[in-house]
Design a protein around this ligand. Structure first.
Ligand code: PGA
Length: 256
């Protein structure tokens, strides 16, 4: 009932030209990897979207921005609006990634506004939530994650906007560290997230996709993706490598 989403997150890597060369290789190889039961997306710097868009569409790969302004337009130097990402070829946008929460002091209120801005632009937000290590050690992981979720949901009034949401559970201690949450941990938190969604929007909770992110790689993808409430992955490091991303696409297709 939920189509799994395998989404790469390139972060601050590659130039636009390197991205086109990478994608050309990826597209050729992807043709030999059935992916009709899943969606594949790539989160790239905004500068890469115009070059990738003509290639990604025919390959059946969606593009995602990695951040957007909470404003639609105006005097906001350096910002990129949701409508600009959409016009450049994105259909998704990552919102509230822990690196932005940490490096750019993005608060829950800013994340809420960005989720709403994404929907105004017709983009599907991939809302990132996750606890830091000290919060997990203190037994507060679930409370922290659900608080982040509820804060973001405040920005979405219409049911259609909620239904379009993708949630990515990304334990911060697992991002880029090589440490992965166990499949049990990922399932337990994803089930808690779905429970909170059900409280907020009873009719929609079963439609919202919940991804796992944090050192997902070919060696652990199958086990994580087999969990009942894990509907895909948000993949950083491994998404820069054609073969690694293809192996995760295979795992997603097998789990679907
Ligand atoms: P990682 O990053 O796969 O490199 O841990 C995941 C993310 O930050 O989305």
């Amino acid at each position: 009932m939920r189509t799994p989403l395998i989404a790469g997150n390139w972060k601050l890597h590659k130039t636009p030209r390197e991205a086109v060369a990478w994608f050309t290789d990826f597209r050729a190889a992807l043709a030999d990897h059935p992916h009709d039961r899943i969606e594949v997306a790539l989160g790239v710097p905004a500068t890469h979207l115009p070059g990738l868009a003509p290639l990604a569409g025919p390959a059946g790969v969606a593009l995602a921005g990695q951040d957007l302004s909470r404003h639609d337009d105006g005097a906001h130097t350096g910002e990129i609006a949701g409508a600009m990402l959409a016009d450049a070829g994105a259909t998704y946008v990552i919102v509230g990634h822990s690196e932005r929460r940490a490096d750019h002091a993005e608060t829950d209120a800013v994340v809420r506004d960005k989720v709403a801005a994404a929907r105004r632009a017709g983009l599907t937000p991939i809302l990132c939530i996750g606890e830091v290590e000290a919060e997990r050690d203190a037994g507060r992981a679930e409370a922290v994650v659900l608080d982040q979720l509820r804060a973001a949901l405040d920005g979405l009034e219409a049911d259609a906007d909620c239904a379009a949401l993708v949630v990515a559970y990304e334990p911060v201690w697992a991002i880029g560290t090589g440490r992965t949450a166990t499949a049990d941990d990922a399932q337990t938190m994803s089930a808690a997230i779905r429970g909170a969604l059900r409280e907020a929007r009873p009719a929609l909770a079963d439609d919202v996709r919940i991804l796992y992110g944090g050192s997902m790689k070919p060696a652990n993808a199958a086990e994580l993706l087999a969990q009942a409430d894990v509907d895909g992955g948000l993949i950083g490091g491994a998404s820069l490598d054609v073969d690694a991303l293809l192996a995760i696409v295979d795992a997603g297709q097998a789990a679907a």
